[in-house]
Design a binder for this molecule. Sequence first.
Ligand code: F6R
Ligand code: MG
Ligand code: MG
Length: 373
Amino acid sequence: MSRVTISAIKADVGGYVGHGDVHPDMLVEAQRHLNQAMLGELVIDGRVGACGDDINYVLTHEHGVDSAAVHGWVWEAFESLTEVAKRLHLYGAGQDLLADAFSGNIRGAGPGVAELEIGERPSEPFVVFAADKTEPGAWNLPLYKIFCDPFNTSGLIIDPKMHAGFALEVHDLVENRVALFECPEDLYELLVYIGTTGRFVVKYVFRRGNLDEPVAAASTSRLSLIAGRYVGKDDPIMIVRSQSGLPAVGEVLEPFAFPHLVAGWMRGSHNGPLMPCSMSASQPARFDGPPRVVGMGFQLADGKLVGPRDLLGNASFDRARQIALAAADYMRRMGPFEPGRLPMEDMEYTTLPVVEARLADRWKTLEPTGATA
Ligand code: F6R
Ligand code: MG
Ligand code: MG
């Protein structure tokens, strides 16, 4: 087989109950669509998954990234899932389908997309991570650790094939620009940006010197920037290839043993720990959260998907879950105060500015004090 594209595409098209889960009937409908697609030429293989209230497809095909045919098919599938959600009066039916009609590319239309086209290696292990109640910048810290930090990835030191390091492509979601950072040389410059997780996000990771074939890809859509108002969080998805000159599966999973704080919990307006979860227990509960992530491990076999294996459900992450719950207790006690609650700028499209506008008359301008004539 020549080249294969892996597409991981997710959307929230209806929650059960509230913003908590995907209803079983939606999973059945998603699988029915997939079975039809697999009968034809469109996809080689596919899987239906979920994290919290987000449903996802992991697809393999030969149409390349941004394929109108593949994206169009996914759009139709999400539309028919929306019909199921409407029939059951599920919550927020169709909420991530922001465009009225499909216009050739699902990017920027609402659903989150991570895609990469690769020449399949003799053995091709990769992990698809899906997160709920957070935003694409949540991947910045783990991607940094996986590809740039020898304290996480000892292969950067030990494996001669990784010694040259990796290049990270960062997108500025506010000013719509892109920059490449070649690490380790550019480590400090990279960190200047990707610590600002609401604005700068890692989109692709490449081996140094091979910018044609990404080794990781992440979704970067920010729904509020597309819709111009708050319409829900942009729960992200990403694909990370592994082994044989790339970080080992254990190095790819290791960052999730630390439940770092991310934005997006409750009303997209609070910070909380990113809790690793099993694929079967990824449903948010407490305060609509805490934010969570699942890891689906696959091997490719001539474009066919072998898996998924549930990677973060493993007992090795039990302690991370406990730390996340302790961090959740701690952050919750902040209530509506920063940094439990996000800063006002990051709530630009939420209801708080509306409340603020209503109180505008209550604020009187103070005369400058201490001014000398
Ligand atoms: C949605 C989310 C939830 C909602 C909250 C309020 O992904 O994070 O916390 O923001 O449940 O939802 P509405 O305003 O729809 O009642
Ligand atoms: Mg939802
Ligand atoms: Mg969600």
